[in-house]
Write a protein that binds this ligand. Structure first.
Ligand code: MG
Length: 381
């Protein structure tokens, strides 16, 4: 591993309002600088991270850098001087590629970092750009001219380069560049454009914090989701009814099982345990324990739902498929969904119960038993 990242966090951020510099203000509990640094520190292709800061911010930066294994470097009078300080700290280190990123872009993705690194295999520089899709006007108060947008991009970071090339370019540059691509172009380097991401926006104005907080919360929600699947089979035996997804259906046979043999509810219950990486029904309700003999499977489903609730999760939606030739499920499916919803304490509209035959093939096709499968998505409560 010979690739490094420089996170530029030395600015004072005066446009983003009063208080801490924007990169140090918290967004849903974590600063922009912390989010940006973590994205690189956790990336498998980045071996070294440098956090370039204003000396006044050392108290904010030191714990963060230590947590991420990053090195702190004091920046200079402007952005270019701060980048230069980071590059000089890497000089002679054997680092091949360096990615330079603004700490005010908290939502840089691992995929974007990988794209920039991949492009450096065939170019001296690479940086993300987002194609301009809005029409562009030039003018003050009234439209003076239409600016053709063909081929125009909004520049983002991280901007990646061969270390020795960008270091030489910075040393030679007179100053005042908007970003490192400008410095690279001034030195005659070629810079490839890789696709940027709308979510990789830069916090600039005070209103951007609200957007960032919304994005952070939706990200947290996504990462807290859990998915699980369950599968179950019970064989037919003598009897005059079956219980499927909590609904009793008269039938010429019954289902054999330790409990009430509700194969559909068992599949859903195991899907929930699966989503929690929390074993299965057999682990929580051992068949060897006589107290579960003939038990209503409602107990199992309610238990799994409680285990999810204890982890701050509820069913977002679930999809249960019963596989049998008989009995016919369709006329009962809505009641089954309602019953599962009642036990799981979610709206019936969150739960799908459907059925299929297996075209008379296999054990379900021969009418030897009923199979069921289920998937569930658990979401934050
Ligand atoms: Mg079962």
């Amino acid at each position: 591993l010979t690739d490094a990242a420089i996170i530029v966090a030395a600015g004072r951020g005066i446009r983003a309002g009063v208080g801490l510099p924007k990169q140090w203000r918290e967004i849903a509990g974590r600063s922009s600088a912390a989010r940006a640094l973590a994205a690189f520190a956790e990336h498998p292709e980045i071996a070294t991270c440098l956090l370039v800061i204003h000396p006044d911010d050392v108290g904010l930066a030191a714990p963060l850098a230590e947590a991420c294994g990053a090195q702190v470097v004091h920046g200079g009078a402007d952005r270019a001087a701060s980048v230069r300080a980071g590059l000089e700290a890497l000089a002679g280190s054997g680092v091949r590629n360096v990615l330079i990123h603004d700490a005010a872009r908290p939502f840089v993705s691992a995929a974007l970092i990988s794209r920039v690194i991949a492009a450096l295999g065939r170019a001296q520089g690479a940086a993300p750009g987002v194609a301009v899709t809005d029409a562009l006007w030039q003018g003050e108060g009234r439209v003076g001219a239409i600016v053709p947008r063909n081929g125009l991009h909004r520049a983002q970071t991280p901007q990646g380069f061969r270390l020795e090339a960008i270091l030489a370019a910075h040393r030679a540059h007179p100053g005042g560049a908007a970003d490192d691509v400008e410095v690279a172009l001034a030195a005659g380097l070629e810079v490839a454009i890789v696709p940027g991401e709308e979510d990789n926006f830069k916090i600039t104005a005070p209103g951007d914090f609200a957007r960032a907080a919304r994005h952070a919360e939706s990200q947290a929600g996504e990462s807290a989701m859990r998915i699980g699947q369950g599968h179950d089979v019970h064989r037919f035996t003598e009897g005059d009814h079956v219980i499927l997804c909590g609904v009793t259906i008269p039938h010429t046979r019954g289902l054999d099982g330790h409990s009430d043999a509700d194969v559909g509810m068992h599949a859903l219950t195991d899907a929930i345990y699966g989503a929690l990486a929390d074993g299965d029904i057999g682990r929580h309700f051992p068949p060897s324990d006589p107290q579960w003999r003939g038990a209503a499977s409602e107990i199992f489903l309610a238990h799994a739902v409680q285990r999810a609730a204890a982890r701050g999760l509820r069913i977002g939606n679930a999809d249960v498929t019963l596989i049998c030739e008989e009995p016919k499920i369709g006329p009962h499916a809505a009641r089954m969904a309602a019953e599962l919803g009642r036990i799981a304490e979610v709206e019936p509209s969150c739960i799908s119960v459907k059925a299929t035959t297996s075209e008379r093939l296999g054990f379900t096709g021969r009418g030897e038993g009923i199979a069921a499968s289920a998937v569930v998505l658990l979401v934050p409560r």
